[in-house]
Ligand binder design. Structure first.
Ligand SMILES: [Zn+2]
Length: 398
């Protein structure tokens, strides 16, 4: 049984343990945390690490199928240009490049300490990989389409894809999720709400101000894109309301919903969501937000409202790596007042709780098997991360 010691161990659900030893059995199950001096007299062999030990990370937003687009898209070009560039590149990418990129990205993500991932799928490109790996994925088969006359066909296709994912891998989970607040017809939203409750849902939310404008009066770049892709669809004149308030009727309040990005969310958006939904989760992807829009959500506002925060990486089209620890580093550099323990809880237990895996993952508690991650090159006195700080998986999860 491995006994691992480090200057600091973050169990996450209890205060940090200093100069302690983490006991993990051969199946990766946590046996306990002991004081180093308690064990020093025994003959137990202890492996010492110079850094911080924490549980495996949970990435609550990725698009593994877009890994081929690493390094192809211009930074800070805005969401509209990002979508257009991605569509252009998509035409020339080969199937083998797509599957090689998925393998590589997933393996690097695992090595960086991510032990479970909520992954968006628009197609079946990740199916083979997910069927043959021990890494945990919750796949969100994503649907979009503003034309109501295509809603049934789009949903049928999604059901088929969902079945494929479910059949190929009984360990992992899958549900059908709406792409964004603005990209589905009412009919398509209703099909999801009829069949997917009580499954987990995820939705891209308020990535930039265009979304607020679209719902306010039906104008702006989203309206233009909607018209370009769906020339036959009736124009949308807006609701005069905020995005989530405009579509909340299509959801069940008890449904576990993950809102992804929230870059321009304000108090009124938070008030509405926290009041309407019983289990809302707010997922931030800071490195992707900086990559695409060069702005970050008002994180302090979410903290002040006691929102349940999780972290995601988005895809390699808009990120340099799929590492939750790199997202935590960015947040600590930009918001130095947020304690490291809190940032780690967003990247571990909160994500595990969203996925319904809080009994196995997310913290060092007896009986759990959350994986063990080593954080190195950290000032362990001030608990400040540095640009050269790294994370790596020592013991896998589950
Ligand atoms: Zn995304």
């Amino acid at each position: 049984m491995p006994y691992l010691s480090a200057p600091i161990i973050f169990p996450i659900t209890s205060p940090p343990a200093y100069n302690s030893v983490l006991a993990v059995n051969d199946n990766g199950i946590i046996e306990g945390i002991y004081r180093l001096d308690e064990l020093q007299e025994t003959k137990i062999e202890i492996v010492h690490y110079n850094g911080i030990l924490c549980p495996g990370f949970v990435n609550t937003h990725g698009h593994l199928e877009l890994s081929w687009a690493k390094g192809l898209i211009d930074e800070s070009c805005g969401l509209d240009a990002f979508v257009r560039q991605l569509e252009n590149h998509r035409k020339s990418v080969s199937e083998s490049k797509v599957s090689d990129a998925i393998q590589l990205a997933a393996s690097e993500m695992l090595q960086s300490g991510v032990v479970a991932t909520a992954d968006i799928a628009n197609g079946n490109q990740t199916l083979d990989f997910k069927s043959n790996t021990k890494q945990y994925f919750h796949t969100f088969v994503e649907v979009f389409g503003s034309n109501p006359s295509f809603a049934n066909a789009i949903f049928e296709k999604a059901l088929l894809l969902k079945k494929q994912f479910a059949e190929h891998d009984s360990l992992n989970k899958v549900s059908i999720a709406p792409h964004a607040t603005y990209s589905l017809s009412e009919e398509l939203f209703k099909l999801i709400s009829e069949t997917e409750n009580p499954n987990l849902l995820s939705i891209h939310h308020q990535e930039n101000l265009d979304e607020n404008l679209f719902f306010y009066n039906g104008s702006g770049p989203i309206a233009d894109r909607r018209k370009a892709f769906n020339p036959d669809v009736q124009p949308f004149f807006g609701t005069g309301k905020r995005p989530m308030e405009s579509i909340a009727a299509y959801f069940h309040p008890d449904q576990k919903l993950l809102l992804v990005h929230n870059s321009v969310s304000e108090q009124q958006d938070i008030d509405f969501v926290q009041h309407f939904f019983n289990q809302p989760y707010w997922c931030f992807c800071p490195n992707a937000n900086l990559f695409i829009e060069n702005r970050l959500p008002d994180i302090e506002l979410f903290r002040a409202n006691n929102c349940k925060i999780t972290l995601g990486t988005d895809s390699l089209a808009s990120n340099h790596q799929l590492s939750i620890f790199e997202e935590i580093k960015t947040l600590q550099f930009r918001f130095p007042n947020i304690p490291l323990s809190e940032l780690l809880s967003w990247g571990t237990i909160n994500g595990a709780s969203f996925l319904g895996l809080e009994k196995q993952l997310g913290s060092f508690e007896k009986g759990k098997s959350p994986g063990v991650v080593l954080l190195e090159n950290i000032d362990t006195q001030s608990l400040k991360l540095m640009p050269e700080s790294t994370s790596r998986l020592l013991i896998p999860a589950l």
